[in-house]
Design a protein around this ligand. Structure first.
Ligand code: FE
Length: 243
């Protein structure tokens, strides 16, 4: 068991079965000392974000995942535009919310050291972006349709094409993390993460809507999708907005 090949180059617990061997690996801190049995510090309490979450966090071009520099060469793949609105629980648009997105390239590859799959990187694909919602809670970004990819270590099931979302903003105590999927993808039906959402309406809400092509405002080959976000707990979380 200890001679099992280390395929991905990342130490795997089943490879290093003896504590003595663990200690021989340079830089590896053994589990016991990193996780003391007694609590030695209090957990840092949360405090409100307040009304002045910096709008200057956004730079030009950050709403375009499909090129590395504004106006630069485009990434390979089917161009898409994804847009939507962020609402609070009462259906009121949330302005100034920070929407961050990240996704794999057209071959299902992330430009990230943890992604050890053999698929190619696209030198023109940035793969992440961020924007602030406008006065009507609207956001929009350009990208290419992501590819499916295997989920190593979890029976290698194929994850359907998806885009990761993080939503945060003034008055929000804890950012909302989710994923949006594409309609008519067979892999949607067998994805444990998507189907882990038991409420069928909530699950369906994670599938992007197809919008008319002209909605994108770009060339005819660009596909347009809509995805709205509803933040929970408006009764408990005040949303501070500019007057
Ligand atoms: Fe992913």
């Amino acid at each position: 068991m200890g001679d099992e090949p280390n395929k991905g180059g990342i130490p795997h617990p089943s490879v290093f079965v003896e504590k003595r061997r663990l200690e021989l690996i340079k830089g590896y801190v053994v589990h016991e000392s990193r996780t003391p049995s007694k609590q030695v510090r209090v957990v840092t309490p949360s405090q409100t974000v307040g009304p002045f979450y910096p709008i200057a966090l956004i730079n030009p071009g950050e709403d375009d995942l499909a090129c590395k520099v504004p106006g630069g060469a485009r990434a390979l793949g089917t161009p898409i535009v994804v847009s939507g609105q962020v609402f609070d629980e009462a259906g009121k648009p949330v302005r100034g919310a920070l929407v961050e997105v990240w996704q794999a390239n057209k071959w299902g590859k992330y430009e990230h050291p943890v992604d050890q799959t053999p698929e190619p990187l696209d030198p023109n694909f940035k793969g992440y972006g961020r924007m602030l919602t406008d006065a009507e809670g609207r956001y929009r970004f350009r990208s290419i349709k992501p590819g499916a990819y295997p989920n190593p270590g979890y029976d290698n099931w194929m994850r359907p094409p998806h885009i990761h979302y993080s939503i945060f903003g003034a008055g929000v105590m804890q950012r909302l993390i989710t994923q949006v999927y594409f309609p008519r993808e067979a892999l949607n039906d067998i994805d444990p993460i998507l189907n882990g959402v038991e409420d069928l309406d909530a699950r369906a809400s994670l599938i992007a809507r197809e919008l008319p092509a002209q909605h994108a405002g770009f060339d005819a080959e660009t596909l347009a999708f809509g995805f709205d976000i509803v933040l929970r707990g408006s009764g408990e979380t005040p949303f501070f907005v500019d007057p």
